[in-house]
Design a protein around this ligand. Structure first.
Ligand SMILES: *[C@@H]1O[C@H](CO)[C@@H](O)[C@H](O)[C@H]1NC(C)=O
Ligand SMILES: *[C@@H]1O[C@H](CO)[C@@H](O)[C@H](O)[C@H]1NC(C)=O
Ligand SMILES: *[C@@H]1O[C@H](CO)[C@@H](O)[C@H](O)[C@H]1NC(C)=O
Ligand SMILES: *[C@@H]1O[C@H](CO)[C@@H](O)[C@H](O)[C@H]1NC(C)=O
Length: 345
């Protein structure tokens, strides 16, 4: 994904059963920016009255962006247009969505766009040098520096927490000892003890930072289970459909051919991505031609399947040109914000 696209990424999180969603716009990366919420089918900003770090924490968590670094006031990220939808947001800080926090709604406050609120979030974990954004060498951020994790005492529960924190599903493959290459910088952690009840690595028993004599040949890595992604779209919830299959022992990403591709099929992809409803099913490489194998053709979902793999389809396994690759446009929901951040570097 080109970096110029990152500036217009609309990463939002549709809150089920409600018409409010969260979006961050115009920051330096997809995990910081002006906060916008979707309300009655329109986007609007949030007034900075009462806006503080406890509120920002909830937004960062909901966006999958880790912890909050700063809550910004006074239109730090520029002024939004038209609507201001919320004010006096008052989160405890542990809520999982902004909609669970109390706030004043339109008609209950006066504000103007010079007071638009923003956040700067910090992702604290990333996966480096893997075959896709849900696999790679585990790196953690501490003291403004990325470092690695030693494989001493590393087990399934630890890897599971990483996959969860990345929004990447379950552990697919537990890799230890430098499988995705050796990192540089500090080996921050060793003998990490997670019980898999934690939702972020920071909540695990970490035994202290840089308290080990491990070398980078023992850097841990993980492959998480996520088997579908959307590439080259204009949001985290649109793009060319890429699916992951294990053929002849090779794990490979590839695409889907557009014969009979329709909105019912797209709806299944959107559901699997955690992206809300399907808005459009795209054909003819609308989001560009992919590479690798074209895995499937004539996909025929009923519509209630939980994954694309559960739909009826022809297994194509073709290496032909990709001019018929399918894509989808789903309602926005933030799923893979950290990954987009990586693409933006
Ligand atoms: C955005 O990036 C610019 C240039 O790197 C920097 O000067 C600015 O402080 C950054 N803004 C934020 C909010 O991080
Ligand atoms: C944010 O504001 C609320 C309400 O005034 C307050 O209870 C909370 O302690 C504040 N949080 C921080 C981090 O200042
Ligand atoms: C990426 O991983 C490969 C092994 O899969 C390794 O040879 C290479 O050095 C790694 N690159 C980086 C930047 O870590
Ligand atoms: C991939 O398939 C091969 C058999 O073709 C099997 O041995 C291997 O365990 C599979 N790998 C995964 C990760 O499922």
């Amino acid at each position: 994904m080109l970096c110029s696209m990152c500036l217009i990424l609309f990463l939002s999180n549709t809150i089920s059963g409600s018409s409010e969603s969260v979006i961050l716009t115009y920051g330096n990366n997809s995990c910081s920016g002006r906060l916008e919420v979707f309300y009655n089918n329109q986007w609007g900003t949030v007034c900075d009255n009462g806006w503080n770090l406890s509120d920002a924490k909830v937004v960062c968590r909901e966006m999958g962006c880790g912890d909050a670094f700063e809550a910004k006031s006074g239109a730090f990220f520029g002024q939004g247009g038209a609507n201001i939808f919320l004010s006096e947001i008052n989160c405890v800080g542990t809520e999982s969505t902004l909609s669970s926090c109390s706030s004043k709604k339109p008609g209950q406050f006066n504000c103007d766009h010079s007071k638009d609120a923003g956040v700067i979030c910090r992702s604290l974990v990333r996966l480096v040098n893997g075959s896709h954004f849900c696999s790679g060498r585990v790196e953690v951020l501490n003291d403004d520096q990325w470092g690695t994790v030693c494989d001493s005492g590393w087990d399934y529960s630890d890897a599971a927490v990483i996959c969860k924190e990345m929004g990447c599903g379950n552990v697919f493959d537990l890799r230890i000892s430098g499988f995705f290459g050796q990192g540089s910088g500090p080996v921050w952690l060793s003998d990490v003890q997670c019980s898999n009840t934690e939702s972020t690595l920071r909540q695990c028993n970490l035994q202290g930072w840089a308290k080990n004599s491990c070398g980078h040949e023992k850097d841990v890595a993980v492959a998480c289970q996520r088997r579908i992604m959307l590439e080259n779209g204009f949001s985290a919830c649109s793009g060319r459909v890429e699916i992951f299959y294990n053929r002849s022992g090779y794990n490979e990403w590839g695409t889907v051919c557009d014969n009979n591709w329709d909105l019912t099929d797209a709806a299944v992809v959107c559901r699997e991505m955690g992206c809300g409803n399907a808005i459009a099913a795209k054909s003819a490489a609308f989001f560009g031609a992919g590479g690798g194998i074209i895995w499937l053709d004539n996909v025929n979902c009923i519509g209630n399947e939980l994954t694309l793999a559960a739909c009826q389809s022809n297994r194509l396994e073709s290496n032909n040109v990709h001019y018929k690759d399918v894509g989808v446009i789903c309602q926005c929901k933030l799923v893979y914000i950290r990954i987009l951040k990586e693409y933006c570097k």
